[in-house]
Write a protein that binds this ligand. Structure first.
Ligand code: P6P
Length: 355
């Protein structure tokens, strides 16, 4: 008989997201497990959406539906699928008191026959969906608040429109060459890669911290003619046009915010979608795009600004309000703030009235 081998089989890091979430809960003695279970539900929704995104071409869910979403954008079928999966995964668990989605004008109440819960779930089911048909990376974004209105009934708009600094947790999923889920509950930022063969998100990027100095900048140069003087000067600074003893940053822009944000988080850099002549408040949405990513950025040692100050300090006025966005290494974002202060005082004064 051969020697009995005592060598352990080499197992990949089998630290699943469920185990990680449970371990994080363990660090909060008073934790009830409600947030833990909500995060489990989010991870499961992400697996279901990931399965469809990889099958989009085969499952003939490419292409737009005949429906338009609240912003008049043609709804891609995968958008609709992702939106419904997330809602149905959370409408009956008794963990959520109200939901809100990029795809719906108004709040999504918990159905009358289900018990409402303690958390508020706001989400962008499939950001960058215009990239589905060209097979570019797309993403899902989640923001989780506590219910703040009295009583244990259904949540209201007041529960949804809270500053990002009040977030309990935030997460994004990026459906790219692999599917990753990145989340934070305020205890650092942790990335998990989906192993489709076992259907598990396995810890692959523990304690993500943005590297410094940043190497990349992500902006849509096609909008240069609409940019303010401050933005033009800032982008020229990023390109080191006037500065012979400084190297330019590399430009990378996919046009899918999650993909651009994720690269800058892992490699160091800045993603910006500034206000311009055609978009006086920028393009990106505060409650389900900028706030959750600003929460994650802050937990990863990075910073997110609207050009004046920390996005986490903004008090949302409207569920779908837009906000200028500068997210990444603090020194790069603060440099953008400096150029706006130096060259765009009129725009800043106008914007500050709406802020
Ligand atoms: P533009 C995708 O439609 C999106 O909302 C973000 O994901 C992305 O960063 C941005 O719009 C791209 O906008 O104007 O550069 O095409």
């Amino acid at each position: 008989r051969g020697e009995s081998s005592t060598a352990m089989v080499s197992l990949p890091s089998l630290f699943t997201i469920e185990r990680h979430i449970l371990a994080q809960q363990g660090q909060h003695p008073g934790a009830t497990g409600r947030l833990t279970n909500l995060l489990y539900d989010i991870a499961l929704a992400a697996k279901l959406i990931a399965r469809e995104t990889t099958r989009a071409g085969i499952a003939n869910i490419l292409g737009a539906t005949s429906a338009e979403n609240v912003h008049g954008e043609m709804q891609q079928k995968l958008d609709v699928y992702a939106d419904q999966v997330i809602f149905r995964m959370n409408d009956h668990t008794g963990r959520v008191c109200v939901m809100a989605s990029e795809e719906h004008d108004d709040l999504l109440p918990i159905p009358a026959h289900h018990q409402p819960g303690y958390y508020v779930l706001i989400y962008d089911p499939l950001d960058g969906s215009s990239n589905i048909d060209v097979n570019a990376s797309i993403g899902t974004i989640f923001a989780i608040h506590r219910k703040i209105t009295p009583g244990d009934g259904r949540g209201t708009m007041e529960d949804v429109l809270q500053p990002g600094s009040k977030l309990v947790a935030a997460a994004y999923v990026i459906y790219g060459s692999s599917t990753m889920l990145v989340y934070s509950t305020g205890e650092g930022v942790h990335g998990f890669t989906l192993d489709p063969s076992v259907g598990e998100f396995l810890l692959s990027h523990p304690n993500i911290q943005v590297p410094s100095p940043g190497q990349y900048y992500s902006v849509n140069h096609g909008r240069h003619k609409y940019w303010s003087p401050g933005i033009r000067h800032f982008v020229a600074w990023l390109q080191a046009l006037e500065d012979n003893d400084r190297s330019p940053l590399e430009n990378r822009y996919i046009g899918s915010m999650i993909a651009d944000f994720h690269r800058n988080l892992l490699r160091g850099g800045i993603f910006l979608y500034p206000a311009d002549e055609r978009r006086p408040d920028g393009k990106l949405r505060l409650t389900y795009e900028a706030q959750p990513l600003a929460f994650i950025a802050a937990q990863a040692g990075a910073y997110a600004s609207d050009g004046i100050g920390d996005i986490l300090d903004l008090q949302p006025r409207d569920l779908h309000q837009r906000v200028p966005v500068f997210m990444g290494n603090r020194e790069l974002v603060e440099q953008a703030e400096w150029f706006l202060q130096r060259y765009d005082r009129d725009w800043l004064a106008e914007y500050a009235k709406r802020r």
